[in-house]
Design a protein around this ligand. Structure first.
Ligand code: 4AD
Ligand code: MG
Length: 503
């Protein structure tokens, strides 16, 4: 190999007209007789490499021509600016070294079903979509840490083995701990409250476990949650913290990941709109909206819009199927096949939405004060707003024991959920915490929890109790919302769901 310097694709802009070496994998290749176009990926981007017959040995030219997708290689050549190339640069190849030739890579451009891709997640991570989502997730996590570190919060690592329930008991994962029955943590909040009484402003950030029996697009059994907790804060203070926090994350993603958002087809102008103040509704107002005329009209016009969309997709599918019958080159056939799979997926999804619309209309019309908002209720409310919506003051009996009873209206608690816009639904849940010892004890008993398990937690209300509160933001839901990904399983490298733990 030549002595040219090793460069990453992300550094090509600083190496125009220089001879460099890229190390990576063959993403796709195409040959037109005397020229080959090899698209290489190296973890930082894609680069089209041009191999012209005569510029490399005939033997290498033939080897490269036969090289299978995802073979690893090093290529040396001169960097040229080229607008039409992915990334804006290309490499005029003068030498190449095949590191490991691959054949029959199972994930082809043909597109595959969700199940197949999940079973091949170890390889599917190399796809452009998964790569873009992974880069955005990285920014989200970095922004989360930066926001809290720069705003005077101290990181506290809360335990994963716990003795008590923080959220619904039904979603606890049991663990045999040397003969004793413990649980995997559902939230770090309770321990964090103890730390807030020492450090004032704290946060924890780690994996969280819920034995969720629901197989929805919003639920994983293992997910990442960040939870801030603040001493001496009230509900308006918490809402302000949450809207600044979420706006900061969105701004960082726009700043660092525009290219990836574009590749994913994310709603960039929608994200540019994510700035404080967010909308604020009480639960009671949300119920009025759900059961009111406006929602009825909204769902009716949505239904006719969906029906139009369905017709349009069916028309495009029919056209493509027609073209498929004609005489085409292999790459054109592959392209149409991939588009068809995508469109059929969209069609199924639109049909499901058409089917669900009347159910949602019925559910929302029949919604009665007292119930927790369900997935479809959240979807409707967030679809009706172009920025995130806070819903506050839920009925006490629909919510967790630790939430503070509103002293002005004891039927509700001082809590909030933050619903991401355009139908995405809840990404944050939080509250002011009950700080009165006796009221908290009463709530623990009322929810059939064992007061002995909460002795230390009750202690915090005995020794210098203060108004305090916090919230939890789910990383995968946030990434799904920002990227426009429909299912949160795509937003973590190795997802765990009720019925699926493949890899
Ligand atoms: O609303 P949740 O259950 O709130 C708590 O756990 C509080 N203890 C947080 C606090 O106040 N410190 O969960 C918070 C967030 C949800 O809004 C959602 O984004 C995410 O965690 N989440 C899930 N994400 C993926 N899969 C699941 N099964 C999730 N359950 C909750
Ligand atoms: Mg919640």
């Amino acid at each position: 190999m030549s002595k040219s310097s090793k460069v990453y694709i992300s550094e090509l802009k600083d190496n125009v007209e220089k001879e460099i070496t890229l190390s990576g994998w063959l993403y796709k290749g195409r040959s037109s007789g005397k020229v080959q176009f090899l698209v290489i990926r190296d973890g930082t981007g894609l680069c089209q490499c041009i191999v012209e017959k005569g510029n490399v040995s005939d033997e290498l030219f033939e080897q490269l021509k036969k090289l299978g997708q995802e073979s690893s290689l090093r290529v040396t050549g001169t960097v040229r600016a080229e607008e039409r190339s992915p990334g804006g640069f290309e490499l005029a190849v003068t030498a190449a070294e095949i590191v490991s030739a691959a054949s029959d890579y199972p994930i082809t451009p043909k597109s595959h079903g969700v199940d197949f891709l999940l079973k091949h997640r170890h390889l599917h991570l190399r796809s452009q979509r998964q790569w873009c989502i992974g880069k955005i997730r990285h920014t989200v996590i970095d922004a989360i840490r930066t926001f809290f570190n720069d705003n005077g919060f101290t990181l506290i690592d809360t335990p994963i083995f716990t003795t008590m329930a923080g959220e619904e008991q039904a979603s606890l994962f049991g663990v045999d701990y040397f003969g004793e029955q413990l649980h995997l943590t559902q939230t770090g909040q309770l321990h964090l409250e103890s730390a807030a009484m020492s450090f004032g402003k704290v946060y924890c950030f780690g994996p969280t476990f819920r034995a969720e029996k629901s197989k929805t697009r919003r639920h994983l059994t293992e997910f990442w949650m960040v939870e801030p907790e603040v001493a001496f804060i009230d509900l308006p203070g918490l809402l302000e913290l949450a809207e600044n926090f979420v706006s900061f994350i969105a701004a960082r993603v726009l700043e660092n990941n525009k290219g990836q958002l574009e590749t994913l087809g994310a709603d960039i102008s929608g994200l540019e709109n994510i700035k404080p103040p967010f909308y604020r509704l009480t639960y009671t107002e949300a119920v009025e909206i759900l059961t009111g005329e406006k929602t009825k009209q909204f769902l009716a016009s949505q239904l006719s819009e969906l029906k139009k969309q369905k017709q349009q997709i069916e028309k495009t599918i029919a056209e493509l199927e027609d073209r498929q019958g004609g005489k085409l080159k292999q790459w054109q056939k592959d392209k149409i096949a991939a588009e068809l799979i995508e469109l059929r997926g969209e069609l199924t999804e639109t049909e499901t939405k058409i089917e669900n619309n009347p159910k949602h209309a019925e559910l929302s019309a029949e919604f009665r004060w007292g119930k927790d908002l369900g997935g479809s209720d959240e979807t409707i409310i967030s679809q009706m707003h172009d920025r995130p919506v806070f819903v506050t003051h839920y009925p006490k009996d629909a919510k967790a024991f630790y939430m503070k009873t509103d002293r002005n209206n004891p039927k509700v608690v001082e809590n909030f959920d933050l619903l991401a816009p355009e139908g995405f639904g809840e990404i944050i849940g939080g509250s002011v915490r009950e700080d009165d010892h006796d009221i908290l004890l009463e709530r623990i008993k009322h929810q059939d929890l064992n007061p002995d398990d909460y002795k230390w937690y009750l202690d915090l209300r005995k020794y210098g109790s203060v108004p305090h509160g916090g919230f939890g933001l789910g990383v995968e839901r946030t990434v799904a919302w920002l990227t426009g990904e429909k299912h949160i399983r795509q937003c973590i490298a190795f997802p765990r769901m009720m019925d699926k733990v493949y890899i």
